[in-house]
Design a protein around this ligand. Structure first.
Ligand code: AMP
Ligand code: ZN
Length: 454
């Protein structure tokens, strides 16, 4: 297995710490709003990684954490806690917000046929571990205290910024003067932040340094090393994490244990829309449920994602999604009822491609080579189903979703608006119109589903 390691900027032969076993930690979602297809792109990529290792005979220990505290609106410790902001916006407590969006994240995983990670630990369930880790970093002389918290002194770590090729001098010159003058270096980051004086945060804890909450980066070092060991195999995340979050995790590992915690760091590129990165803080775009409402089976999105290499990213458009839908439907049409044997020549090719840093676009090309080959239909389908253990496209399941007409979708959108404005009479009126046109709208906690009346 070869993977591209951001640490060395090279494709490397993967050498596990324990034979035939792999530990993978993936930075999880910040549960303050609905995950969009950009976020889910990342988790499909890491699902393919886990499935690939399983296919190759490894025991996979994978972790995706849930960030439910400490992630501020700027990755660089400035601004408001995203969770508290979400709570104010929706008029719910932070804990309710966390629960709501964690549930939505799990629903998204299921929709996209992403296998549940071995563990999904929450930052708020690991406050003690984070405090213990900060104590270690403190004992090793890497911290200092200023009025709003305990900070990591990045000048104490000679290799700080090497991972992301950061130019620290430029960072210093570019540092905005109004921001935290007390910090010793612009790149220093918070390990523990104090609650504001005279203000009670919804989430805050006692600590040896005072009441407050952990910084965002410390949770990942605390949970990854708790569950996978002080040194583990692979750490993954979106490429946006390289410059700050993972750079700081590496510094924390050094501060606490004297070494980098992960042997391989892998990063996915982004989904873009009209050339712009899709991001939650910039308002987000489609969610899996939006696409479902438009009549697209989530497996179509998964197929589309597989068609891109995880380090290249993907330009999203409805036209591309439609092309993926046509391809997936065509692929499913190769289904036969009885199975025979897996073609070993094609299987070997498949193994070579998945083992080459997850070359999924080439894998899809191979899938079509098999489909169009002159193998007998049973052998063809059996081989494709074998590949599907990694692809995760649920090839043997029928697509049952029926395309919902534009007119109905428009009415559903109007109804959603009415509901958002708590205009229940209007919402009921629209439901009746939709019903008379042959469709039922059902509301569950976070979403609404439409189905034809049969
Ligand atoms: P967040 O919930 O904002 O912490 O993000 C969860 C994960 O999604 C992180 O690993 C991000 O790097 C990743 N991510 C966010 N936006 C995109 C995007 N447009 N394309 C791919 N990955 C993304
Ligand atoms: Zn993380």
């Amino acid at each position: 297995m070869k993977i591209y390691n951001t640490l060395t900027r090279q494709k490397e032969e993967f050498k596990p710490i324990k034979e035939n076993e792999v530990g993978i930690y993936s930075c999880g979602p910040t549960v303050y709003s609905s995950p969009h297809i950009g976020n889910m792109y990342a988790y499909v990529c890491w699902d393919v990684l886990a499935r690939t290792f399983k296919y190759l005979g490894f025991t996979v220990k994978n972790i995706v954490n849930i960030t439910d505290v400490g992630h501020l609106t700027s990755d660089a410790d400035e601004g408001e806690d995203k969770m508290e902001k979400g709570s104010r916006k929706e008029g719910m407590s932070v804990w309710e917000i966390a629960k709501k969006y964690e549930k939505e994240f799990l629903e998204n995983l299921a929709e996209l046929n992403i296998e549940l990670p071995g563990k999904m630990p929450k930052a708020t369930d690991h406050i003690q571990e984070q405090i213990d880790l900060i104590k270690k970093i403190e004992a090793n002389g890497f911290t200092y205290k200023i009025s709003d918290g305990i900070y990591f002194d990045t000048s104490k770590f000679a290799d700080y910024g090497k991972f992301a090729n950061l130019n620290l001098e430029k960072l210093k010159e570019g540092a905005r003067v109004e921001i935290n003058q007390e910090k010793k270096n612009p790149s220093d980051f918070a390990l523990w932040k104090f609650s504001p004086i005279n203000e009670k945060r919804q989430m805050e804890w006692e600590s040896p340094w005072g009441i407050g909450f952990p910084g965002w980066h410390i949770e990942c070092t605390a949970m990854s090393t708790k569950y996978l060991g002080e040194t583990f195999d692979i750490h993954t995340g979106g490429e946006d994490h390289i410059a700050v979050h993972h750079t700081n995790e590496i510094a924390q590992g050094y501060g606490a244990f004297g070494h980098n915690t992960a042997n391989y760091w892998m990063h996915n590129a982004f989904i873009t829309f009209g050339g712009t990165k899709i991001s939650k803080s910039s308002g987000g775009l489609y969610t899996v449920f939006d696409l479902k409402e438009m009549g697209f089976d989530p497996m179509v999105l998964r197929y589309m994602i597989l068609g891109s290499h995880y380090r290249k990213g993907l330009e999203f458009s409805i036209e591309n999604l439609e092309a993926a839908e046509t391809a997936l439907n065509k692929l499913k049409s190769y289904k036969v009822e009885s199975l025979s044997s897996i073609n070993q020549t094609f299987k070997q090719e498949f193994v070579e491609k998945i083992s080459n840093d997850l070359a999924m676009p080439e894998v899809l090309a191979l899938v079509w080579k098999v489909a169009k080959s002159d193998l007998n239909p049973e052998e063809k389908w059996t081989t494709l189903l074998d590949f599907d253990q990694v692809l995760g496209l649920n090839l043997d399941k029928e697509i049952t979703e029926e395309k919902i007409p534009e007119e109905i979708l428009k009415l559903v959108k109007e109804r959603k608006k009415a509901r958002d404005n708590k205009n229940w009479a209007e919402s009921d009126r629209l439901r009746e119109i939709i019903k008379n046109k042959g469709y039922l709208v059902e509301d569950s906690q976070n979403q609404c589903t439409i189905r034809p009346i049969t």
